[in-house]
Design a protein around this ligand. Sequence first.
Ligand SMILES: [Zn+2]
Length: 244
Amino acid sequence: MTAPAEVEATKLIAEGSRILYEQRVLDAFGHLSCRSPVRSDSFFISRSLAPALVTAEDVVELDFDCAIVSGAPDTRLFLERFIHAEIYRRRPDVQAIVHSHATAVLPFTLVKTARLRPVCHVCGFLEGVPPPFDVADHAGPSTDLLIRNATLGRQLADHLGDANVVLMRAHGYTAVGGSVQQAVYRAVYTIKNCEIDLSSRVLGEPTYLTAGEAAACEATTAEQVRRTWDLWAQEASSGGFRTQ
Ligand SMILES: [Zn+2]
């Protein structure tokens, strides 16, 4: 990790991890990664560490078999690093990934008839989210539900398909983006969409965006992602540890 772009990527992982903690996407668990800016077959991710504590020095580079490319050979890695490796392998368009256990999203992973659909104009990226991925369908009924190996990672990546978010039963979700900023934005607004959807049900059945509206809204918000990042980064750097 010596190229300026690589150094910048490690800083983005640290800054993004702090943002995701402050925005309540991550707590002690969950992680953010980005594809290497100088080679397409590796990615940057923190060593196993609570996201709010991540610094640029904690970031390591892994290949798609999760072998360490840059970093100490004995570095302790996240159990679920295979989520990232296999999505990068399957989706060349994906440049960054967030994996979260946010509780606001969990109901949409548990109820078989529930679908995560875009409910407001800043969440068009949720169009096309598939039904929840269920580890039990692939590894039986007695696992800890984690994506602990490349096989489950590949099956999860296949389930994600071309969508921007994949739900994981009784576990959480994973959001992808064309940049760290976009992946973080999508992870944050997935939670907001779930909260709005559930709260509106007090009044009745919500009206979701049409596919055309979702596409138009996504084209608009994709240009606005930088504004959210700048705000959240400032909030995270001015005190931190959920001061807002
Ligand atoms: Zn997880």
